[in-house]
Design a protein around this ligand. Structure first.
Ligand code: PLP
Length: 358
């Protein structure tokens, strides 16, 4: 297997893929695969419940939070959040730190007045706003932000303080990468395809007093309380994704949980940024305190070499390093499943490429 730096769908732990492969034709001696089982069977329900419990353990999710295993991707949450959380309010606060914040904002504007509590558009989204820069509205139904901007590579180095107004976080590209205090949030959501498992599953962690008051005309399938009451089985859930997420959660526990992963992630990110900073050949424009641990964009001093870099990286077995089409350059996504040895290999490749072409 090659080293995969994709932003998503992203690398999965090899150990987990092998386990899934072993179980594929005959799950635990039942003579069929997990994908072919009823979601209502006691076997599948136990897999689903174990996955939820493991996620609760990993993130230390308090009992007054529901954990939902949904479909529709993080993008569907851009509408479910206002539809469920606005209640009798007319406005919501959004912090704008880049492409994904903007998409969430555009969708929310279809349902409510959006107050931009802060934006870093003036510096081309190369930093996150500080707590002091947030202009929060006490009347807002919630405050939405993107702790890690996958495309820009900008990550908050703090959790915004929002008083009594619930804080909502799009953790698609940072969930389970470092420990966080879930009780600081009203709602956390993440598409699975980076740090959780295969695409097609979306995890929502929501404080239970925030659900049950959806806009009456909204679709039933958008109602968190329906999914919560049915243990995410109001209809057929994404059974394979949920199962595989469960295997990932167990793998994560074997790595020392989120705290163990956090140490590895910090080390991986620090050595990659150090390699970029050490050389005039490579650059990363993000304010040091807000450099993402998960998505590391970088440019070459000579953009004419970009294509060469990608080609030679591919030949060396380092895949998916091309930056997002909206920013150009390169991007190395180094999620939980990307081992430290892959980051070491990337750093060695970068030094070699620089040597060859400068
Ligand atoms: N939010 C962030 C931060 C993302 O990185 C992504 C996807 O890549 C999304 C939202 C969209 O997720 P999905 O494709 O699951 O709708």
């Amino acid at each position: 297997r090659k080293l995969n730096f994709s932003a998503g769908p992203a690398a999965l732990p090899e150990e987990v893929l092998k386990q899934a492969q072993e179980e594929m034709l005959d799950w635990h001696g039942h003579g069929l695969s997990i994908m072919e089982m009823s979601h209502r069977s006691k076997e599948y329900v136990s897999v689903a419940e174990q996955a939820e419990q493991d996620l609760r353990d990993l993130m230390q999710i308090p009992d007054n939070y529901k954990v939902l295993f949904l479909q529709g991707g993080a993008t569907t949450q851009f509408s479910m959040i206002p539809l469920n959380l606005l209640r009798d309010k007319k406005t919501a606060d959004y912090i704008n730190t880049g492409v994904w914040s903007k998409k969430a904002i555009a969708e929310a504007k279809r349902y409510c007045e959006v107050n931009i509590a802060a934006t870093t558009e003036h510096n081309n989204f190369t930093s996150a706003p500080s707590q002091d820069e947030l202009k929060l509205n006490l009347e807002a139904a919630y405050v939405h932000y993107t702790p890690n901007e996958t495309i820009g590579g900008v990550e908050f180095d703090y959790i915004p303080e929002t008083g009594d107004v619930p804080l909502v976080a799009d953790m698609s590209s940072s969930i389970l990468s470092r420990s966080i205090d879930v009780s600081r949030f009203g709602l956390i959501y993440a598409g699975a395809q980076k740090n959780i498992g295969p695409a097609g599953l979306t995890v929502v962690i929501v404080r239970d007093d925030l659900i049950g008051q959806m806009l009456p005309s909204a679709p039933t399938m958008f109602d968190y309380s329906i999914h919560a009451a049915a243990d995410s089985m109001n209809n057929t859930p994404p059974t394979f994704g949920w199962y595989l997420a469960g295997l990932i959660f167990q793998w994560l526990k074997r790595q020392g949980g989120v705290e163990g992963m956090q140490m590895i992630n910090q080390r991986k990110a620090e050595k990659l940024y150090a390699a970029i900073d050490r050389s005039a050949f490579y650059a990363n424009p993000i304010a040091v305190a807000n450099r993402s641990w998960m998505n590391v964009p970088f440019t070459l001093a000579d953009a004419n070499l970009d294509k060469r870099f990608i080609e030679e990286a591919d030949q060396a077995g380092l895949l998916n390093l091309k930056g997002h089409r909206s920013v150009g350059g390169m991007r190395a996504s180094i999620y939980n499943a990307v081992p430290e040895s892959a980051v070491d290999a990337l750093i060695a490749f970068m030094a070699e490429f620089e040597h060859k072409h400068s």
